[in-house]
Ligand binder design. Structure first.
Ligand code: BTN
Length: 240
């Protein structure tokens, strides 16, 4: 696939820039990368802060050939692709925490944010934002015991473009697999790296053992009486 790659020194958010490009007709596969963001955003309305040059900050525009109900599956495609890319580029083998946090030693190494907007005359635009901690030597106090970087895990800061290249290749491969064969292989790949399934979790008021993820990406939690579906949320720190 020939794709547009927009590289910026600084931007409000690569997500916002990708939606602006989508609105003026950018094609499926367009990518926005920035050295720093002034108002990077995370899941659940949170901010996503960075120190310039220490992270991979990237948004991918997807004009999905999928039913709307299957869109959450793309965030699992992204999680598997990010983990695989980090492994290819650095040798570190990340684990995945539901719904799509990329972890090392129980700490967050990368975060993924999927946002979608109706496309008007065009196909709907989905933008998948990925922030990977590459070269941080430390984190602010409130994150210090929850976040990590490739440098902290391996002693080396990887080349950002090498991680990006591996990420785009892995994303294209897993996305093609999803669109061709459905969710099964993607879910298997996610399961093979999970640090959530088989664990006791507490999420959105549901406590029990995480047993699987559903077709829609929901976490299936056995609370001892029945299996409950949690469609979105964040696993409490105590029950990670
Ligand atoms: C999370 O909360 O775990 C998701 C974090 C996603 C951050 C990335 S950085 C690149 C892209 N641009 C943004 O504003 N957010 C995403």
């Amino acid at each position: 696939m020939t794709r547009t790659v927009v590289r910026l020194a600084s931007v409000d958010s690569t997500q916002s820039e990708a939606f602006r490009l989508a609105a003026v007709g950018a094609a499926d596969g367009a990518v926005v990368v920035a050295d720093t963001q002034e108002s990077g955003r995370g899941r659940r309305g949170r901010d996503w802060h960075d120190v310039p040059g220490e992270s991979l900050l990237v948004s991918l525009l997807v004009r999905p050939r999928l039913a709307a109900a299957a869109l959450p599956q793309l965030s699992f495609v992204a999680a598997v692709a990010v983990a695989e890319a980090i492994e290819t580029a650095t040798g570190l083998a990340p684990r995945l925490k539901w719904p799509n946090d990329v972890m090392a030693r129980g700490r967050k190494l990368a975060g993924i944010l999927l946002e979608s907007r109706p496309g008007g005359a065009a196909d709907p635009a989905v933008v998948i934002g990925i922030g990977v901690n590459l070269g941080q030597r430390s984190f602010p106090e409130e994150l210090a015991d929850r976040a990590t970087s490739v440098l902290l895990e391996t002693g080396r800061t990887p080349d950002r473009d090498a991680v990006l290249e591996a990420l785009l290749a892995a994303f294209d491969r897993w996305r093609a697999r999803l669109e061709r064969d459905g969710f099964t292989a993607v879910r298997d790949a996610w399961r093979s790296r999970t640090e959530t399934l088989g664990r006791r979790v507490s999420v959105e008021g549901v406590a029990g053992t995480a047993v699987d993820i559903g077709e829609d990406g929901a976490l299936l939690v056995d609370d001892g009486g029945r299996v409950r579906r949690v469609v979105s949320g964040e696993i409490d720190a105590a029950g990670a």
